[in-house]
Write a protein that binds this ligand. Structure first.
Ligand SMILES: *Cc1c(COP(=O)(O)O)cnc(C)c1O
Length: 401
């Protein structure tokens, strides 16, 4: 998808009447898809077997390989990340209040609310965008039973500090690792922290199974409980020993997962290359900064996150609209924050008072497209739009609204 025009100034922008930079839209979260013949071969096999769900051989192989990849004792594959979160919180016996960030995808909070557990929103560190341990401490009450940290953008939450707080107050600690597949912290793969961790393998995530997710843990008895809950509490034919739901992963999802796992090195290399091009470009544009990843850690580089500083001459929302006009479908994540969505906004109208950094970051962030459908040319073109906005004919663009 080659860019259709040079952008040297704001006069060249589609929002000012020029043709768009791209004929087809560039998306954030375009799915990564591994080797097609391999996937089709696995699909033919599973159809031949007529074993489509209920812990089939592909799901078993998938769980084994994911656990080996992460170095966890257990992987329990699920139909999606949200159900995996719900089952994990049940298995950990969370109730009352659970502390979570507001700066996350809504499912982190909804997985609690769905079970009538109160999500209590704690503020983030404006530099890392992850939970601020001191803010977590401030939100603890006698009703608090646990903490769900989120490894936002694939960067580890402050796991050591959160563990210390959880130990001090006798709280359960789990992680929403939906962004963190194939990422590490201190050389240990995400998935090994807290009592358990939850992944989403949704189509838009770095690693997908169409829809899917998993609970991973190093705790044998917790793993057993999660397994039972995933399958209605069945411990054998005709024998139910636990209340449960249906969180099972299908065979076709596991076929996709196994195929994508084989390609994960390629996905990472492409994302890393793209990230480096963005990094070099953003460094030359004043008022913009690119979220950095720890060089010593493994990362999937799935999220290219820029922040607009107060000195950038165009507002964040006008910048997004300008990009959209060029068919660059950049996104405002995780605006406006869970606490500004329902039912939380109505139930906890004062939550924002403790969330200054969340509000600040949610107003500044833009996530840019990456993945295998983008090459250097496309990224340089995206950067040319941002550069034109930063400079402008007279430091200003026509208002987008
Ligand atoms: C994607 C995502 C989820 C939800 O996962 P699904 O598989 O779509 O249910 C939960 N939390 C975070 C942080 C996510 O990004």
């Amino acid at each position: 998808m080659t860019p259709l025009k040079p952008v040297n100034s704001t006069d060249d922008l589609a929002i000012n009447g020029a043709q768009p930079l791209f004929a087809d839209p560039l998306h954030v979260g375009r799915p990564n898809i591994g080797d097609r013949p391999q996937f089709l071969r696995r699909t033919a096999d599973l159809l031949d077997r007529r074993w489509l769900s209920n812990n089939g051989p592909l799901v078993q192989e998938f769980e084994y390989k994911i656990a080996a990849f992460l170095g966890t004792r257990h992987c329990i594959a699920m139909c999606n990340g949200t159900i995996a979160l719900e089952i994990a919180t049940r298995a950990l016996d969370l109730k009352g209040e659970v502390i979570v960030p507001s700066y996350t995808f809504i499912a982190t909070a909804h997985a609690l609310q769905w079970q009538e557990i109160t999500p209590v929103f704690a503020d983030i560190d404006p530099c890392t965008h992850n939970l601020d341990p001191e803010a977590v401490r401030r939100m603890i009450t006698p009703r608090t039973t646990g903490i769900i940290g989120v490894h936002l953008w694939g960067r580890a939450a402050p796991v050591a500090q959160l563990k210390a707080i959880a130990n001090e107050y006798g709280l359960k600690l789990m992680y929403d690792a939906s962004h963190g597949f194939a990422c590490s912290h201190g050389g240990t793969m995400l998935g090994n922290f807290g009592d358990c961790e939850v992944f989403s393998f949704h189509a838009t995530k770095f690693f997908n199974t169409f829809e899917g997710g998993a609970v991973v843990t190093n705790d044998d008895s917790l793993a057993e409980k999660v397994r039972l809950m995933r399958n209605f509490g069945f411990s054998g034919y005709d024998k139910v020993i636990y209340p449960g739901t249906n969180g099972k992963m299908t065979e076709i999802a596991a076929a996709m997962g196994l195929t994508n796992l084989e390609a994960i090195g390629d996905f990472m290399a492409i994302n890393r290359r793209n990230y480096e091009i963005y990094r070099e470009g953003v460094a030359g544009i004043s008022g913009l900064s690119l979220l950095q990843y720890e060089q010593s850690e493994k990362n999937n580089f799935q999220y290219v996150v820029i922040e607009l500083g107060p000195e950038f001459p165009v507002s964040r929302d006008d910048t997004v609209q300008t990009l959209h006009a060029e068919n660059i479908l950049a996104r405002r994540y995780f605006w406006p924050g869970c606490h500004n969505m329902q039912p939380y906004q109505s139930r906890y109208p004062d939550a924002h008072l403790a969330l200054d950094n969340t509000n600040l970051v949610a107003e500044r962030v833009i996530v840019l497209p990456t993945g295998s459908t983008l090459g250097e040319q496309e990224i340089l073109a995206i950067l040319s739009v941002l550069r034109a906005l930063a400079v402008g004919p007279n430091g200003k663009v026509t208002s987008a609204s």
